[in-house]
Design a protein around this ligand. Structure first.
Ligand code: CTP
Ligand code: MG
Length: 229
């Protein structure tokens, strides 16, 4: 497997309400993006890292990655949505890579075991993602009347995380088939819903949090202190 890691980092981080874009927010001395890249690097040998950032951050991100001695990276400008940013990242992947791992810059604590497990699972069917089983009780609600239609069987439901891993040709084929409608999905696995490609769900990790709102930064600091890295 020659794996390219695409790291979408082109979001504004509106919900985090910070001055700098989320991927560049420093936590205990390192930006989230650097933490995510290093965590990935511990899990596998990547052929290349394609980092997708907002157009006006390309130069500064390049300097940052050099400063933190990231190797084999490319920085490319992103799009209006996460999925469009990943598509732009895909254009920059070299011919030599035959697998794609997508991982959000906003998830700085991805573990080595998770990366290894995902690559192994993806190899079997062409695609694998990780996720957490749902602990809450989930209701399907009619949004107009606000009346509950049913209680979902939570045993069948998972909250999707990244990394998500796919054979490169399969992923490109789905983006091409779906065109612009591919840009509205919030993860890569959704591109394969209802297709013959079986995307496997690997058990995720509760430490693999996504930094979304300010409270998540406090949780991250706590997890970093507890995990000592
Ligand atoms: N992302 C991206 N391009 C976009 C939007 C998001 O590359 N146009 C990236 C983000 O940088 C992040 C990941 O996708 O690493 C997950 O998105 P999210 O957590 O929603 O981050 P933001 O979009 O930055 O945050 P918000 O939605 O609060 O603005
Ligand atoms: Mg977003």
């Amino acid at each position: 497997m020659r794996v390219a890691a695409i790291v979408p980092a082109a979001g504004a981080g509106k919900r985090l309400k910070s001055k700098t874009p989320k991927a560049f927010v420093n936590v205990q001395g390192k930006p989230l993006l650097i933490r995510a890249l290093r965590a990935l690097g511990r899990g596998g040998k990547f052929h290349e890292f394609v980092v997708v950032v907002a157009k006006n951050e390309v130069a500064s991100a390049t300097r940052l990655l050099r400063r933190f001695r990231v190797r084999k990276f490319k920085v490319v400008p992103g799009g209006a949505t996460r999925a469009e940013s990943v598509w732009k990242g895909l254009q920059a992947v070299s011919k030599g890579s035959d697998w794609i791992l997508v991982h959000d810059a906003a998830r700085p604590l991805v573990s080595k075991d998770l990366v290894v497990g995902l690559l192994k699972a993806a190899k079997l069917t062409g695609g694998a993602i990780c996720g957490m089983p749902i602990q809450a009780t989930v209701k399907r609600v009619n949004l107009k009347s606000r009346i509950i239609e049913k209680t979902e069987d939570r045993a069948e439901l998972y909250l999707a995380q990244t990394p998500q891993v796919f054979r490169k040709d399969l992923l490109i084929a789905r983006y091409q088939k779906l065109g612009r409608s591919a840009f509205t999905g919030t993860d890569e696995a959704a591109l394969f819903d209802g297709t013959s490609v079986n995307v496997r769900m690997v058990l995720g990790d509760s430490r693999n949090i996504k930094v979304t709102v300010p409270e998540d930064l406090a949780l991250l600091e706590y997890l970093l202190l507890r995990g000592k890295r």
